[in-house]
Design a protein around this ligand. Structure first.
Ligand SMILES: *[C@@H]1O[C@H](CO)[C@@H](O)[C@H](O)[C@H]1NC(C)=O
Ligand SMILES: *[C@@H]1O[C@H](CO)[C@@H](O)[C@H](O)[C@H]1NC(C)=O
Length: 454
């Protein structure tokens, strides 16, 4: 007892009295039960981990030592789906921000209407957890959005931020998708992380975003798992997950159904690992478009494996604009199962979202792209390699490709397109891709210079 400080002693007494009332109601031996309770590590009632911590018998019962829980209901949130709960979320955040490894609780059974808000952290303590078990919905009245915002829910400049739980983030996108003029022309991303390190998103569902569902910009060490993204396949620009300027990103055990790329990997990304993901509907998993408006783009070390694609526009795709610079290198696509995918394998260095874009001499170089074990059915074309005349694709390899037309009659252009693509065919394939990759080195000299610029 001499090692227990005064506060701890006080807490021990309170806990003991509380326990005594509880245990006496069962008519058991207090002393023996008490000793058991004290020794028990896990159980329905947990012993506070450190005697120096706060101990309330209310919502924060599990608080201990340095951690602390902040429930938005305690900060005035109504959770009725109609009252504006933004201020309550901001207040809970302000409190949690001051405590290392704190937890904000958004409880289940309630629907919280939250206006655009930034949970900003340059001066927050690290490792905040946002426990999302309830539902958060976006406002559908234009006055909440001013003249247009790039995102709805934002977490910025944090060291260690986790969003987890069984909850739902619903962007209520249908009013935006209609393009009826009721909402600003800039459509927001539902959930964005910016400038943060050690970011985890786990378990939640993000649905019906006006635009991209989940975006990471300038983040390092990102983990996304057990996440569901869901919006209709005919909604424009509703990317599932969008990565930009981010490194060391892992995405797995995740289902992505949306109207644009399931995962979009943009410039500045490296060490990206995507596995055990289901995609569809959607546009597939895409690197790019890179190099728009003559910009420099660098993407390297991306692995996509054990992915299923169902009813998507493309499967695995690299797309670059004419006129860019920089490079895409070290890309591996393996164990991709496609079903009714328009074009399962695509490199397009003539990417253009207008009717026509002029050809230029420079391009984002594409090199070191491996395709291994890509199987299933396509509806338009199995392979589409359209590489730049001045900057051909190099070190492309293909192994165990088995792609068959999904429907007997859909042989419209079932031949592969292979243009200025260099590399190795490692196995026989279906369809035969024997003349697809050129084996001689491309004659251009610009290529190596371009690779070095990243
Ligand atoms: C490539 O990325 C993976 C993570 O996906 C990482 O483990 C590996 O070290 C990276 N390789 C290089 C050369 O950086
Ligand atoms: C650009 O170059 C490609 C490949 O040589 C060619 O097929 C295409 O027609 C050109 N596009 C334009 C707009 O000139």
């Amino acid at each position: 007892m001499n090692r227990v400080n005064q506060k701890g002693l006080r807490i021990s007494i309170i806990v003991f009295i509380a326990f005594s009332v509880w245990s006496s109601s069962f008519g058991t031996c207090r002393a023996r039960e008490g000793r058991q309770w004290r020794q028990s590590k896990a159980g329905p009632v947990r012993k506070p981990k450190g005697y120096g911590g706060s101990y309330h018998l209310g919502r924060s019962m599990l608080n201990s030592g340095a951690s602390s829980t902040f429930n938005v209901l305690d900060y005035g949130a109504k959770g009725d789906g109609h009252a504006d709960d933004t201020k309550a979320f901001e207040a809970a955040w302000a409190a949690a921000c001051k405590v290392e490894a704190s937890t904000i609780v958004v409880p289940s059974g309630s629907v919280f209407l939250v206006s655009p808000v930034s949970f900003s952290g340059p001066s927050c303590e690290p490792n905040i957890v946002f426990q999302l078990d309830g539902k958060i919905i976006a406002p559908t009245s234009s006055k909440s959005w001013g003249s247009g915002l790039l995102q709805w829910l934002e977490f910025t400049k944090l060291q260690g931020i986790t969003i987890k739980g069984k909850g739902i983030i619903d962007g209520q996108g249908s009013i935006w998708w209609e393009d009826s003029g009721k909402m600003p022309s800039t459509k927001p991303t539902a959930l964005r992380f910016y400038g943060s390190k050690d970011v985890t998103v786990n378990g939640i569902t993000i649905q019906n975003s006006p635009q991209t569902h989940l975006k990471f910009d300038s983040c390092t060490s990102v983990q996304v798992y057990g996440v569901h993204v869901s919006s209709p396949g005919d909604t424009r620009n509703t990317d599932g997950i969008h990565l930009q300027n981010s490194q060391d990103v892992v995405i797995y055990s995740t289902n992505l159904a949306c109207g644009d790329d399931c995962v979009s990997i943009q410039t500045g990304c490296s060490n990206v690992y995507i596995h055990n993901v289901n995609c569809g509907p959607g546009h597939g998993i895409s690197i790019g478009g890179l190099g728009k408006a003559n910009t420099k783009a660098c993407v390297s070390n991306v692995t996509v494996r054990d992915v299923t694609m169902t009813n998507t526009l493309t499967g695995v795709r690299i797309k670059t604009w004419q006129g860019g610079s920089g490079s895409v290198q070290g890309i591996k696509f393996s164990n991709i199962q496609v079903s009714e995918v328009e074009t399962p394998i695509m490199i397009d260095q003539f990417y253009c979202d207008e009717s026509k874009c002029p050809n230029k001499t420079s391009a984002v170089a594409v090199s070191g792209v491996d395709y291994v074990n890509i199987r299933g059915t396509f509806t338009v074309k199995p392979v589409h390699f359209a590489c730049s005349d001045t900057m051909p694709c190099t070190d492309v390899s293909l192994a165990t490709i088995e792609l068959e037309a999904a429907h007997e009659q859909s042989h419209l252009s079932a031949d592969p397109l292979c243009w200025e693509a260099y590399g190795d065919l490692k196995t026989t394939t279906v369809p035969p891709l024997i003349d697809c990759l050129q084996t001689a080195k491309p004659s251009t000299t610009g290529h190596s210079i371009n690779l070095d610029s990243c």
